[in-house]
Design a binder for this molecule. Structure first.
Ligand code: WQD
Length: 351
């Protein structure tokens, strides 16, 4: 079996990708320092797949510890690199923490890729690299604009570093630009575990609906969109996960001569905040307690993907619609309430 190293494997998209890789016949190991993830998630991965995944609790900013993982695993054919901080607001308050964590970890990893001649490298990027696009939907060749946050800058710089690395080394690379990953695995055994008050829309909706938050604010309804609220491309996390498996297979099957491929991972459908709320209310039967609030600084007005390149090149068959995303997100929130002790993340638990 081909072995894939998944950094951030205990995180939201990382854990869903572990499941998809295992179900598609890959051997996997995870590297995750659990600074933003709960180790209990791997129990869910094991329940779904029957496989116990080894996680190296290592900070990728420590080069020696990272190097040691490759010394111990001389059969790694590919790496999928998720591990990074990704809270837009936090990145504005603490830019140096974001530049240090996200860039030093990437560079350490690439030094090991070079040293151990790992053939394939897949990078978790983001639609945030497009900034506020002039034309939507965006394609992979849509010109990038000034990132709206230090977080977005780390993704743009990461892409540039990897692009140059791939020109100077035999490793073939893929940059996967996610739009808005939402929802939970259909088994409802793994899902998103936001730490603290959720910044993102769907966990804010589900936590309000379950009563963890008193009320949700819609950040502005005076935008130039069909209903005044911001427009995004929501994509089920399991569809995103499967695209990673397809991306690795695409490289192994040497389906490209390009040194560094880029793919948009979005559903190709633009959905407004108010439409997302309506979908949630429909599938959950819960009337959401929300109010219209002021715009949020840094918000992009409207963006959604032209995903045809990924669909065609990777053979990416999307399975989930918006209602499925909301349905699984809601069922996961209900499960979290039932298993509160199971996933309760105390600040003291987070090193
Ligand atoms: C979506 C819409 C908000 C919360 C995210 C991640 C970023 C990157 C790209 C991965 C916006 C509105 C939200 C709330 C609201 N992901 N909203 N009330 O901003 O598109 O960026 O995807 O790399 O890390 O942050 O997603 O879910 O924060 O916001 O009205 O309580 O929902 O204004 O229009 P965003 P989001």
């Amino acid at each position: 079996m081909k072995k894939i190293l998944v950094t951030g494997g205990v995180g939201y998209i990382g854990s869903h990708t572990l499941v998809d890789l295992i179900e598609n016949g890959y051997d996997v190991i995870s590297v995750d320092n659990n600074s933003r993830s709960n180790p209990r998630i791997l129990e869910g991965v094991e329940k779904i797949t029957g496989k116990k995944v080894k996680n190296y609790k290592v900070d990728l900013c420590n080069y020696d510890d990272t190097y040691a993982i490759f010394q111990e695993n001389d059969d790694i054919v590919g790496i999928i690199h998720f591990a990074a901080y990704k809270a837009v607001g936090e990145s504005v308050e603490q830019p140096l923490m974001y530049f240090e964590n996200n860039m030093v970890s990437l560079i350490n990893l690439l030094k090991c890729v070079k040293e151990f001649e790992i053939p394939y490298f897949v990078f978790s990027s983001s639609c945030t690299v497009y900034g506020n696009p002039d034309v939507i939907p965006v394609t992979e060749s849509t010109p990038l604009k000034q990132a709206e946050s230090p977080y977005g800058l780390t993704k743009q710089m990461g892409e540039q570093i990897i692009t140059e690395f791939s020109k100077a080394n035999p490793t073939q690379c893929i940059l996967l630009r996610y739009f808005n990953p939402v929802g939970a695995h259909p088994s409802i055994l793994i899902g998103e575990l936001p730490i603290g008050r959720p910044a993102n829309l769907v966990p804010a909706i589900t936590q309000t609906a379950i009563g963890k938050l008193p009320q949700m604010k819609v950040f502005g309804d005076d935008y130039p969109t069909r209903d005044g609220s911001c427009l995004r491309d929501y994509i089920h996390v399991s569809d995103i996960a499967h695209a990673h498996t397809l991306a690795v297979q695409f490289l192994i099957d040497s389906k490209t001569t390009k040194r560094c491929e880029i793919f948009n991972l979005g559903s190709g459908n633009g959905v407004t905040v108010l439409e997302a709320i309506k979908s949630f209310e429909k599938v959950s039967g819960v009337k959401l307690n929300y109010a219209i609030g002021p715009r949020r600084a840094g918000d992009v007005v409207a963006i959604y993907a032209n995903n045809s390149y990924a669909v065609k090149q990777l053979g990416w068959d999307l399975k989930y619609k918006l209602d499925d995303m909301m349905d699984t997100a809601w069922k996961w929130e209900v499960k979290l309430k039932e298993d509160e002790k199971l996933y309760k993340v105390q600040n003291s638990e987070l090193n």
